[in-house]
Design a binder for this molecule. Structure first.
Ligand code: ADP
Length: 191
């Protein structure tokens, strides 16, 4: 199996690039943000728990997102690989993911991190909010809180994958095609 973590701050382009990577490498896309938003719109118990936190730009508790990923992994036993988008976001999530993949007799192949500077992230997210209506993209203070959460809790897990020699950093500025080529180039060196 080829299991990729596509990593980066909010607005780095993970969703856009994931859409292309799933086609090229035949992967199942697991985005915790997408799963959470569909739980919110279906007004499930889980969605109701997550909504307030997401609206503020805070992280949802580890046990909730780990449980979501666990059930998606179990429901896709025949996949040739996964692309994790927006997960893991804390060290506890990274450790839980390793254990879940071990149960499936597989592991993370690599983490690709998209690097984009903060000013550009804010511009992209406000633009996305204006088009999509996504409420956490429309308010600058919520965006700044998400970036802060990323810097404090999420960015440090790069070291977790660096220590395993699985970390690759990619410049996330340029056209969508250029960035896709950079990511594909670094994947093709590994698989
Ligand atoms: P972005 O990466 O642009 O912030 P996402 O769609 O990945 O957007 O996430 C939106 C929100 O969902 C986050 O701000 C957070 O509240 C919640 N969320 C998504 N994934 C996780 C996760 N792995 N752990 C905790 N919270 C998460």
């Amino acid at each position: 199996m080829f299991n990729l973590i596509l990593f980066g701050p909010p607005g780095a382009g993970k969703g856009t690039q994931s859409e292309r990577l799933i086609d090229k490498y035949n992967l199942v896309h697991l985005s915790t943000g997408d799963i959470l938003r569909s739980e919110v719109s279906a007004q499930t118990e889980l969605g109701l728990q997550a909504k307030g936190l997401m609206d503020r730009g805070d992280l949802v508790p580890d046990e909730i997102v780990i449980g979501m990923i666990k059930s998606k992994l179990q429901g896709n036993g025949d996949a040739t690989g996964f692309i994790f988008d927006g997960f893991p976001r804390t060290e506890a999530q990274a450790e839980a993911l390793d254990a879940l993949l071990q149960d499936l007799e597989t592991s993370i192949t690599m983490m690709v991190a998209l690097e984009v500077e903060e000013e550009e992230l804010i511009t992209r997210l406000l633009k996305r909010g204006a088009i999509s209506g996504r409420s956490d993209d429309q308010d600058k203070s919520i965006i700044l809180n998400r970036i802060e959460e990323y810097n404090a809790k999420t960015a440090p897990i790069k070291n977790y994958y660096r220590a395993q020699n699985k970390f690759q950093s990619i410049r996330g500025l340029g056209s969508i095609d250029e960035i896709f080529d950079r990511i594909s180039g670094s994947i093709d060196l590994v698989i």
